[in-house]
Structures are given as C-alpha cells and as structure tokens.
Design a protein around this ligand. Sequence first.
Ligand SMILES: [Zn+2]
Length: 173
Amino acid sequence: MKRPILIHPDPRLKKVAKPVVDVSDALRELADDMLETMYDAPGIGLAAPQVGVMDRLIVLDCIKKEGESPRPLVMFNPEVIASSEEENTYEEGCLSIPEQYADVTRPADVTVRWIDRDGALQEETFDGLWATCVQHEIDHLEGKLFIDYLRPLKRQMITRKMVKLKREMARAG
Ligand SMILES: [Zn+2]
C-alpha cells in the first residue's frame, strides 16, 4: 500500500527517529509499503520519517540502468561504520522536497551496518550513487535534509518554494 510522503517543511522531518528493537511483521509491512511508495514516486530511496513514522528504517534501490534487475534494500537501524576520506559530489534531490536539486559533497565510499528484513545483521561497502543515497537516507533518521548542507540563502529559497507548493496542494485538496 502506498503511503503519502511528507513535504518539507514538516516538524516530523526534523526529528531524530527511534531505533528498531524488534523487526515485527508490522515493520516489514511498513518497509514493503515504503518500497512501493518509492518505486511509484519514482525515487531511489525513502526513510520512514518521510511517511511520518519515527522509526530507524530506510529503503533504497539505486539501480537506474534499464535492463538491470532491481535491488531493493531494506535497512533497519542503518549505521555508517566507516567512510572514505575521498569525497564525491552529486546533484541530490529528495521526495520530500520535490523538483529541487543541489550539489552535495559527501564521503565517496561508506561501510554501512544494518538489520535486514529478516532480522539478520548485514554489512556492505557502497560507492557511487549508492553511497550518496544511503548517506542521504540515514541523514533523514537524524532529522537532517540535503538542503541543510547548502548555504542558508539557498536553503531559505527552497523552503519558501516548498511552503508555496504545500499551500497550492492544500488548495487543490
Ligand atoms: Zn530525502
């Protein structure tokens, strides 16, 4: 089932999410809903706070090339345990900040540890778009958005656009 995505500014997008203690059926269902919502948007990552759930859960799939099979990843309590000194700059966007993009510089490679959909501990090193995406999603669990990396003026400009967009959406019902 698709879930509505919160649009910035929203206080829930600024909160720190709570660690998941037990991977329950309800949380697995939430993860499946989030994947469906993400693919439908379409997007390459989604964090639980973006659908208003304050649990440490993200989903992602950064396969973009046509013909490549999808690789949906579900991560509970994801944690960056190592990051490279080398950095990478990508033009980032966010499903909670529609149609706004900006360059963000982050470590090029990150090793992430997480609990998967079956409750098993996983660890993997990501690079390229996957590294950017997983860091962007983990930031959401800390109440941090990609626009928080931008200069205040640019951030305020985007936020004003979003306030206007939300007003228009509310009017349209
Ligand atoms: Zn985002």
